[in-house]
Design a protein around this ligand. Structure first.
Ligand SMILES: CC(=O)SCCNC(=O)CCNC(=O)[C@H](O)C(C)(C)COP(=O)(O)OP(=O)(O)OC[C@H]1O[C@@H](n2cnc3c(N)ncnc32)[C@H](O)[C@@H]1OP(=O)(O)O
Length: 366
């Protein structure tokens, strides 16, 4: 039998040294401990103990005041009487970080509301959940604990410890929105997208035995009128300058190749975005020009690389490799000049091994 009277076990609220009773004998809920008992209240308490999970009651907090709480867990006190419990309570007016274990002495048992609102809530939502399930949902919702071991999508690429995941913004709204918030921290000029349904997110992860840890991502519109193949790119600061940015850019073009389309990044580009893209375009184009024998047109370069013709033109113009002859742009590539530019373009970054990409372009379902 767990039910007992407070007077039997001596654990009834008796107040403490700090208890202050007003001289007129009235109960001061603000400063005092628990109010004095009478017979009726003692009997009532006998019926409510031990308190059930879900019970609402007033609890004296460290400020000496009583606050409404909800019992969300209870446990037996190891060295106490077998029927002695302490309670894990949530202060309903405050953040869950303040949840704590309290002793029975801190609770005003005259204020106990057993179950009433839980039943009302259950009826209102027509959900037949156990209290335990309800509490779990409640806690998860409020604290937003993340137990994900990898981004919530399909792994479309794996090479050694690197993986890429495709996350659909429509299926994982909050995850997609959070990625956008993250990028916004580093980008003044970008619009923040709340409506992420129209986007896919390609999340690059370093993987180990604890899971896949995001190092960067890019987003991409499911359908782009302007042939954008990348909306926003971000490498998290601790991972920058390691070649991940170039990897993500290269990856976006590999997806475009699979789609049979040419692509370009959404404008405007940030200064770091522009440097990264210029570096990528320069290396890719000059590598081809170096190996290629004979003439090659911008259209052919675009078909081979999925880089939009305008981007090829501006890149080659910037390197002074374009001449305008008889109304046409002509690529003039002296091998020595190409070598010089390639050297200046720096490291190639991490390679995308296309044989490890398993992906089909997005198709609207239903
Ligand atoms: C369409 C758009 O989204 S535009 C917005 C682009 N995104 C941002 O500006 C967000 C903040 N910036 C970032 O997230 C990153 O800097 C990115 C994504 C632009 C580049 O990511 P990184 O992982 O650092 O790229 P990566 O290591 O491949 O380096 C790319 C090149 O950019 C240049 N670069 C990158 N960071 C710097 C820097 N801090 N200073 C100078 N040059 C830099 C270098 O040329 C570098 O090549 P290198 O290391 O061989 O010299």
């Amino acid at each position: 039998m767990e039910a007992r009277t407070t007077s039997e076990n001596g654990s009834a609220p008796k107040g403490n040294e700090n208890q202050q009773q007003p001289e007129d004998g009235s109960q001061d809920r603000v400063l005092a401990g628990n109010p004095p008992e009478n017979d009726a209240s003692g009997k009532r308490k006998a019926g409510v103990l031990p308190l059930e999970v879900g019970t609402r009651v007033m609890c004296r907090w460290r400020d000496g005041k009583f606050h409404p709480v909800k019992v969300i867990e209870r446990r037996k006190i190891p060295c106490g009487v077998p029927s002695d419990y302490e309670y894990y309570v949530h202060y309903t007016e405050y953040n869950r970080r303040l949840d704590e274990w309290v002793k029975l002495e801190q609770l005003d048992l005259d204020s106990v509301e057993t179950d009433v609102d839980e039943k009302v809530e259950d009826k209102a939502t027509s959900l037949k959940m156990t209290r335990h399930q309800k509490r779990k949902i409640d806690e998860t919702h409020v604290e937003r604990k993340c137990d994900l071991k990898h981004p919530p999508g399909d792994e479309i690429y794996r090479n050694g410890t690197l993986s890429m995941f495709e996350v659909d913004g429509k299926k994982n709204k909050v995850y997609g929105q959070n990625l956008c918030y993250l990028a916004k921290l580093f980008l003044d000029h970008k619009t923040l997208y709340y409506d992420v349904d129209l986007f896919l997110f390609y999340v690059l992860c370093e993987c180990d035995d604890r899971g896949c840890h995001m190092v960067g991502y890019f987003s991409k519109e499911k359908h782009s009128e302007e042939s954008y193949n990348l909306a926003c790119i971000l490498t998290l600061p601790p991972y920058q300058r390691k070649g991940y940015g170039k990897f993500l850019i290269a990856f976006s073009y590999e997806l475009s190749k699979k789609e049979g389309k040419v692509g370009t990044p959404e404008r405007p580009l940030s200064d770091l975005g522009l440097v990264s893209y210029r570096g990528y375009w320069t290396r890719v184009l000059l590598d081809i020009l170096k190996k290629h024998k004979g003439n090659i047109s911008i259209k052919e370069l675009s078909d081979m690389t999925a880089i939009k013709a305008e981007d090829i033109l501006t890149t080659l113009q910037g390197l002074d490799l374009i001449q305008y002859r008889k109304g046409q742009h002509v690529i003039c590539a002296d091998p020595k000049v190409l070598d010089r530019h390639l050297k200046a373009a720096g490291r190639g970054g991490l390679e995308v091994d296309v044989s490890k990409l398993i992906w089909t372009p997005y198709k609207e379902q239903g």
